[in-house]
Design a protein. Structure first.
Length: 329
């Protein structure tokens, strides 16, 4: 797999009134060309922080990058000046967020907003001079058609509140794809939608990715959602990547006790094995994270050494990495 994005030993802290929260504890992640990678884990484990760090959208302060690299086509985004990030955000790497209403302006029509995005230059959103609005409008209609908005010529004149939640999310996907980015990051894109619409949006994303060959980082707390779209899955817990492998490997043989717990808590999966069992306990306080393996207070397989030793990552099969001391020699 040829990589397009590599995160190396990324450590991020947040300054809070209570103390310093170590939200990313040295994560490593590789996204390949035409790869679809799902990032899953409970709320608060660091998934969205990772996505925002890639696009340099974290508020600094209170966020602080302690160490690490985020390499996009060999360039380190962490060290890239803000003027240059304008030509990366939206152009090369774009993002779809959870709540479309937050990102669509209620006082402008879909046409105005989509055309503005299309006309925006690569320099932090400065409007381009040469491309004319008529041409951009035509492209906007094509994009709405591509994301399966019915009667796009008419619906483009609508305001966001005239669209359903699923349609608004389709508009955001159209915006994210408007500059043909190389990487699409989707952060919980279907969480606010009901199950039927969720399935439609996931199918649409899958079709678009197959057709255009984007690399996708799909973030979700729901293993079922990422399994529908992604070839590979990375499982995150309390600021660490604890397991990474193909989707088939993860469902066939999950090695990490946390991944096993996640799967056992899914009703459809656990039906095959018995009743669904939630993971005991709650995610730790990241201002005072547990020493050693951060999962040890909840782990049914915890050993003495887990309380003091941080696990390294071990490759157990081709492309299947697990961070757990059960597999240390
Ligand atoms: Fe459980 Fe220890 Fe493995 Fe952590 S390192 S997941 S505590 S067995």
């Amino acid at each position: 797999m040829t990589s397009i994005l590599e995160i190396r030993d990324l450590r991020i802290e947040f300054e809070t009134f209570e103390g310093v929260a170590r939200v990313l504890d040295g994560i490593d992640l590789v996204l390949g060309k035409r790869d679809t990678l799902g990032l899953v884990g409970e709320t608060g484990c660091g998934k969205s922080i990772t996505a925002k760090a890639i696009l340099k959208l974290l508020p600094m302060p209170p966020a602080r990058i302690v160490s690490g690299q985020i390499l996009f086509e060999g360039m380190d985004l962490i060290r890239m000046p803000e003027e240059k990030m304008g030509s990366i955000r939206g152009e090369k790497i774009s993002m779809v967020f959870q709540d479309p209403m937050t990102f669509l302006n209620p006082v402008f029509t879909i046409e105005e907003q989509l055309v503005d995005v299309l006309l925006a230059g690569g320099n932090g959103g400065t409007p381009g001079r040469k491309r004319n609005r008529k041409e951009a409008r035509k492209k906007a209609i094509d994009l709405l058609r591509e994301v399966k908005i019915p009667q796009p010529e008419l619906r483009i004149k609508s305001y966001p509140h005239e669209f359903s939640g699923g349609m608004r999310q389709r508009v955001l996907i159209a915006m994210a794809l408007s500059k043909s980015p190389k990487i699409l990051i989707a952060d919980e894109p279907t969480t606010a939608l009901d199950v039927t619409i969720q399935a439609q949006i996931l199918r649409l994303m899958d079709e678009l990715v197959q057709e255009h060959g984007h690399s996708v980082l799909l973030i979700s707390h729901d293993l079922g959602v990422v399994a529908r779209v992604c070839q590979r899955i990375a499982v995150m817990y309390a600021g660490n990547i604890v397991e990474i492998c193909s989707t088939a490997q993860l469902f066939k043989k999950p090695y990490h006790p946390y991944t096993q717990g996640l799967l056992n808590s899914i009703l459809t999966f656990s039906k095959r094995r018995g009743k669904a069992e939630p993971i005991q306990g709650t995610i730790p306080d990241l201002i005072h994270p547990p020493p050693g393996c951060r999962f040890h207070p909840r782990c049914p397989s915890a050993m003495d050494r887990c309380r003091s030793e941080k696990p390294s990552s071990f490759m157990l099969e081709e492309g299947h990495w697990v961070s757990c001391l059960l597999f240390a020699s």
